[in-house]
Design a protein around this ligand. Structure first.
Ligand code: BES
Ligand code: MN
Ligand code: ZN
Length: 486
């Protein structure tokens, strides 16, 4: 990521920006002034404040940028960036818009007054998130620093650290999900996670492969046809002072062809991102370590490629899961729930979690219901559901809660197994969640499921969301872990 630094604002107000008396100043950095709806500035610049207020007339939308060119003067350019109502979302939007407006080598200085620490965090998040580039992109990455000029830099150090952890997590998740599946085998993905964990003190990783997966029947079935074998990654952040144990489970299908129940051409196009849940879960766990959060986190990532081949599992196969129960699978494209079933069963049986949250690009139905701007949230626990939605809202990721109706439980009935994995009566996202619930045992009320099939991919960039894989969920989960320890 390009550098963002806190610097001390000069105590002398800047010279006038326009007109013949506008002095050239020895500063080649673009100046950026955040503007609230009222046209007011977030800093007390006296004379310049009045001047800018006049120039900012009508700039009342968060994320709107106005460019004031200053030919033959330094700085050569001044940006006015709308922060709207000045809430976190407004500051994040402004940061993202400024990132997009600056060229890759243009240095910038954002003039801030006595703003809330949360404003600096959101601004920095926006700058980094909107300035994301895939690490293997052909385009040169941005390298020039952005200075946040404040009166009292020390007061914002924690805000910047939190923003950096949040953005690092999201960049990591986006990079993994944007990686083509030709490179992104389960082994490759596991090694990326091992590498990232090795750069953090206190994070350990265990990878299960081959015979160690004997009891993980769903994972073995789904991964069976790929020339890249499946694996289960278990990553732990276990600080001494932890009060709670949160288990995060992420769907890690490195490519979802649908298997024998093969997908249509448009349906398959973006299926390299079907490991987005695993990527965001891993990223948030690493973020907890970066922030040294006093909460124990275990990430469970079942990784497999859902391929077509002679060894593929078949429609109608019955699969035995970690908990010993069985699923009849009549559609090999409902593969995500099969690998999650094993991981959830394992978490309940072996990990003694206080909370379990799973994140998965699970159903096209979730996208049909809620579009690309919202993930679907399921939980029996109102408090957990509220904590997750609130974390998402603050972090800039939105969810809408859907029900877990007992009435639909009968859809899961199978004549030859404990349950059916792919009922066809409709309510696809809800039924998938009801299926997962089967594996929670006595932890059913400690559990939430998030279906991120809609927001994990963006066809167009929009402020803090960049085109391609969005890394959806890394921010929400990290913020949830932060809130737990606040
Ligand atoms: N990975 C897909 C879901 C998906 C769809 C993710 C669109 C991202 C964007 C999942 O494995 C899947 O294929 N689900 C099926 C379930 C059905 C067969 C019960 C679906 O949604 O059609
Ligand atoms: Mn599928
Ligand atoms: Zn899938």
């Amino acid at each position: 990521m390009f550098p963002i630094r806190l610097s001390a604002r000069p105590t002398t107000p800047p010279p006038p920006l326009i007109g013949p008396e506008a002095n050239p100043r020895d500063d080649d950095r673009t100046w950026v002034f955040p503007i609230a709806i009222s046209g007011s500035l977030s800093h007390g610049g006296g004379e310049v404040e009045a001047e800018i207020a006049a120039l900012a007339e009508g700039l009342d939308k968060a994320g709107e940028v106005r460019i004031l060119p200053r030919p033959l003067r330094r700085p050569a350019k001044v940006l006015l960036a709308g922060i709207g109502a000045g809430d976190e979302a407004g500051w994040r939007a402004a940061g993202a818009a400024v990132s997009r407006t600056l060229s890759g080598v243009e240095r910038a200085q954002i003039m801030l007054g006595a703003v809330e620490p949360s404003a600096v965090r959101a601004l920095a998040e926006g700058l980094w998130l909107g300035g994301y580039r895939y690490r293997d992109a052909r385009e040169e990455p941005r390298t020039a620093p952005v200075d946040l000029a404040v009166q009292n830099p020390e007061a914002y150090a924690v805000s910047l650290t939190r923003a950096r952890a949040t953005a690092t997590a999201t960049w990591f998740a986006r990079d993994l999900a944007n990686t083509p599946s030709s490179l992104k085998s389960p082994d490759w993905l596991a090694e990326e996670i091992v590498g990232a964990a090795a750069r953090r003190a206190g994070v350990t990783v265990r990878i299960r492969t081959g015979p160690e997966l004997d009891r993980f029947g769903g994972l073995r079935a789904v991964g069976g046809a790929s020339k890249f074998p499946p694996c289960l990654v278990q990553m732990s952040w276990q600080p001494a002072a932890a009060s709670k144990h949160v288990v995060l489970v992420g769907k890690g299908i490195t490519f979802d062809s649908g298997g024998i129940s093969i997908k249509t051409r448009p349906g398959m196009k973006n299926m390299k991102i079907d490991m987005s849940g695993a990527a965001s879960v891993a990223a948030a766990t690493l973020g907890a370590a970066d922030l040294d959060l006093p909460v124990r986190v275990t990430a469970l990532l079942p990784l497999a490629e859902n391929a077509v081949g002679a060894d593929a599992f078949r429609p109608g196969d019955v699969i035995t899961h970690y908990d010993g129960s069985t699923s009849e699978s009549t559609n090999s494209d409902a593969e995500g729930r099969l690998v999650l079933a094993d991981a959830l069963g394992y978490a309940v049986a072996e990990l003694d979690p206080d909370v379990i949250v799973d994140l998965a690009t699970l159903t096209g139905a979730a996208e049909v219901a809620l579009g690309s701007g919202l993930a679907a949230l399921f939980s029996h626990d109102d408090e957990l559901a509220h904590a997750l939605s609130e974390a998402g809202r603050r972090a800039g990721e939105k969810m809408w809660r859907l029900p877990l109706p007992d009435d639909y439980h009968e859809y899961l009935r199978s004549e030859i197994a404990d349950r059916h994995s792919s009922p066809t009566q409709g309510a696809g996202a809800v039924v998938a969640a009801l299926y997962l619930r089967e594996f929670l045992g006595d932890k059913v009320t400690n559990w939430a499921h998030i279906d991120s099939a809609g927001p994990s991919w963006a066809t167009e960039s929009d402020l803090d969301v960049t085109r391609g894989a969005t890394g959806w969920g890394a921010r929400t989960l990290l913020r949830y872990l932060e809130d737990l320890t606040a």
